[in-house]
Design a protein around this ligand. Structure first.
Ligand code: GLU
Length: 297
């Protein structure tokens, strides 16, 4: 064993599709090549969308595909205290703030600005950045609103975060980004603005939990789809702020549908279990996702 640790981290909010098969197979390939371990993590932080049947299906699909995971499986919902502790550090350092604007407030604010000719910035996923006026609220006003039961999210104060880090943040990309970015890359977290790190009633969202999980599981190599390439900049910022070790990253190509878009869990025809029920073998799946052309000997 090389001591290198890889992980596959699906969310049990739908049946896994060919894109997940490709990701699991890539992880298995790289873990084997490095004589490392491959862990399974159930990313069920979003309890509202999690279903037991989908988790059961993850185990069945992965078993059928022939992916070998190490025995200890981490389920995010069983480790909420870990995320809360990290959030508390960021709160104590005043690097997060309660953001009170509702979706409608945000939409209205941006529409007003755009009507005046402002080009409102968008994040790498195309969503408009958070306006962030409530960063200016006094502590007294924040506490009053919270005591009054106002709903809010904890958002990262990106300006403060970048000022704290004071220097470029980089990561080692062993795969490639959408524009072929590879090697030692400079992260552009500023493109994301003040992202949500936790909801009022949930201890963490994806970005915070993934960073904590990868540390707790001692992951050395994050192998995942290119749709998460840009999010890596955010993950790097959180690692810097929390003083955490940094894994290597390898983003792989996505499996696209006939319409050229990435697959979604709501499509039945590309679900692993549907294809299995239709008589395909695990080898057929590997061929369908083009695994052999990725790793030609
Ligand atoms: N749970 C995430 C997903 O299903 C993947 C997280 C990751 O690989 O960082 O898209």
């Amino acid at each position: 064993m090389s001591g290198r640790i890889f992980r596959f981290a699906p969310s049990p909010n739908g049946f896994l599709h060919l894109g997940h098969a490709l990701s699991a197979l890539h992880n298995q390939h790289h873990a084997r090549e490095a004589s490392g371990a491959l862990l399974l993590r159930i990313d069920d932080i979003d309890q509202g969308r999690t279903r037991d049947a989908f988790e059961t299906a993850i185990f069945e699909d992965m078993d059928w595909l022939g992916i070998d995971f190490a025995d200890d499986i981490r389920r995010q919902s069983e480790h909420l205290a870990d995320y809360d502790q990290a959030l508390q550090i960021l709160k104590d350092e005043e690097l997060v703030y309660p953001a009170f604007m509702s979706r409608k407030d945000i939409r209205d604010h941006i529409a007003e600005q755009e009507a005046q000719g402002t080009v409102w910035p968008r994040d790498p996923d195309g969503a408009p950045l958070y306006p962030g006026q409530d960063k200016q609220l006094s502590k007294i006003e924040r506490n009053r609103r919270i005591a009054d039961g106002a709903s809010f999210n904890w958002r990262l104060d990106m300006d403060q975060a970048l000022a704290r880090i004071a220097g470029v943040v980089t990561w080692q990309e062993e795969g490639a980004g959408p524009e072929g970015e590879t090697g030692n890359l400079v992260a552009r977290p500023d493109q994301w603005g003040d992202v949500v790190l936790a909801r009022r009633d949930a201890p963490a969202g994806y970005h915070l939990s993934v960073v904590i999980d990868d540390v707790v599981q001692e992951v050395s190599d994050v192998v995942r789809g290119r749709d998460l390439f840009h999010a890596t900049a955010l993950h790097r910022v959180l690692q810097e702020l929390l003083g955490l070790p940094v894994p290597r990253y390898r983003h792989h190509r996505l499996v696209l549908g006939e319409d050229g878009r990435k697959l979604s869990k709501s499509r039945k025809d590309t679900a692993i279990r549907e294809l299995r029920a239709g008589g395909l073998t695990p080898d057929d799946i590997a061929r369908l996702v083009g695994l052999h052309s990725d790793f030609r000997p």
